[in-house]
Design a protein. Structure first.
Length: 448
């Protein structure tokens, strides 16, 4: 005869008691995380608590995330639920920042980011700036030696080359056509990289290269999510990438990822948070940073400082960027790296109310960026249109905006679409479009 005895979930009872939450309160928090279309009934958590029911996905994992945030301590999936298929507990569902910076936590973070079990669009899903500052402080600490893989899949240079090729090819598509084309494929590739890490057989030296390749893949997945406006998902990929880079010992890669978090902070948080993250990236990358990457980090730092209204510090960072770029020398992509830096400096000058100088830098940037970096060119054309509008050159502004619209038609980048929509609102607020448009913080929100 079947055992029909209900088994109460004692761990869930303990956590709810600690928080002084009713099951209805838990339902409310879960619904805020998943959104109205996936909302649960207010009585559903009673079944989890009193009858030992295991929630279907995504709710089991969401409950762990909600309770982790509320208690301030990691709540693992296996603390609350057991898998129905009898295979065993799921991977740890731990907060991305508070956990120790170990290889195990890096894999758990990548699993959480890649397992697209819930749409993360609610404001509460975005990690706090305090959590990001913690990552900014800890990522450059001495790393542990990458572990050897003891699985059955033999990993060598061919598999590493495949991962690197995936990143390069998807990065080209992302830069030319926008993150919307590569976001979902990159999530699948992240799951593939996770399986290689978990089930592969490799020595520590190969492991370091494998962790680095997975980190770069997570970085690109996060950047594509950011371009699509999926900021919580972007944070999770970028922080997972930062942990993977930490394990690999690749400080330049870690700096590059932290720089992406700094750009995102410019977009969704306070400019001061962006300054802190970007400064940490420059300092932590140290001499391992290639000159061109250091130059672009300084350009992003200049823009963030301009967002704070610190014109002198912004100009200093811009000068440091050009000085770093001078040390890069000629090479593949050198001209477009220089164009990107001129674009960043142009945005910086636009923020500190110097549209004439901004237009000069932006003109040069859009002239030198080719089809391979069409998204950056489209965003800078919008900034150029704003600069010209402020200078009273409405006809020239309209031409720049029209070029950006033409590029937007051929790509899937919500950032470009949003930048153009904001520009149209600016024009609508400018009677006759024959006087400089007012300064709007949106100039720093359409970031690259």
């Amino acid at each position: 005869m079947a055992d029909l005895t209900y088994r109460r979930n004692r761990e869930l009872i303990r956590l709810l008691s600690q928080l002084r939450w009713s099951p209805e309160r838990l339902a409310k928090e879960v619904n805020e995380a998943v959104g109205s279309q996936q909302a649960i009934n207010s009585t559903t958590p009673y079944h989890w608590r009193d009858r030992g029911r295991v929630p279907r996905e995504p709710y089991g994992r969401v409950v762990c995330e909600v309770l982790s945030r509320a208690t301030g301590t990691p709540v693992a999936y296996e603390q609350l639920w057991q898998r129905r298929d009898g295979v065993g507990p799921r991977s740890l569902d731990i907060p991305l920042v508070e956990a120790a910076w170990t290889p195990e936590a890096a894999l758990a973070a990548l699993s959480l980011a890649a397992e697209r079990v819930v749409s993360l669009h609610k404001p509460g899903d975005v990690l706090s700036t305090a959590a990001l500052h913690t990552a900014g402080r800890r990522w450059a600490d001495p790393s542990v030696r990458p572990p050897a893989g003891e699985g059955r899949l033999r990993i060598g240079e061919p598999q590493l080359a495949d991962l690197r090729l995936t990143v390069r090819s998807k990065a080209r598509v992302d830069a030319a056509y926008g993150g919307g084309l590569v976001r979902d494929p990159l999530r699948e590739e992240a799951r593939f990289a996770l399986q290689l890490l978990q089930y592969g057989r490799y020595d520590p030296e190969t492991g370091a290269r494998l962790y680095a390749a997975a980190a770069d893949l997570a970085r690109l997945a996060g950047w594509a999510s950011f371009d699509c406006g999926e900021h919580a998902a972007a944070q999770r990929f970028l922080l997972a990438g930062l942990r993977l880079a930490h394990v690999s010992g690749d400080r330049a890669l870690g700096a590059r990822i932290l720089g992406c978090l700094g750009v995102q902070a410019t977009y969704i948080a306070d400019a001061g948070d962006a300054v802190a993250l970007l400064a940490s990236a420059i300092e932590g990358g140290g001499e391992e940073l290639p000159p061109a990457e250091r130059a672009l980090l300084y350009g992003r730092l200049a823009r963030a400082r301009a967002g704070l209204g610190d014109a002198e510090a912004a100009r200093t960072a811009a000068d440091q960027g050009f000085a770093a770029l001078a040390g890069a020398g000629p090479g593949s992509g050198a001209e477009e790296d220089a164009a990107e830096l001129h674009g960043l400096v142009g945005e910086t000058l636009l923020l500190i109310s110097d549209p004439e100088a901004a237009a000069g830098h932006l003109d040069r940037a859009v002239a030198e960026l080719g089809p391979a970096r069409a998204r950056s060119r489209a965003l800078l054309l919008v900034r150029l249109a704003e600069a010209r509008l402020r200078l009273g050159r409405a006809e020239e502004a309209g031409r720049a905006a029209e070029q950006a619209r033409a590029l937007d038609v051929g790509m899937r980048s919500p950032r470009v679409t949003a930048a153009l929509a904001e520009y149209r609102r600016r024009v609508a607020r400018t009677p006759g479009a024959d006087r400089p448009a007012p300064s709007v913080p949106a100039a720093r929100r359409t970031t690259r």
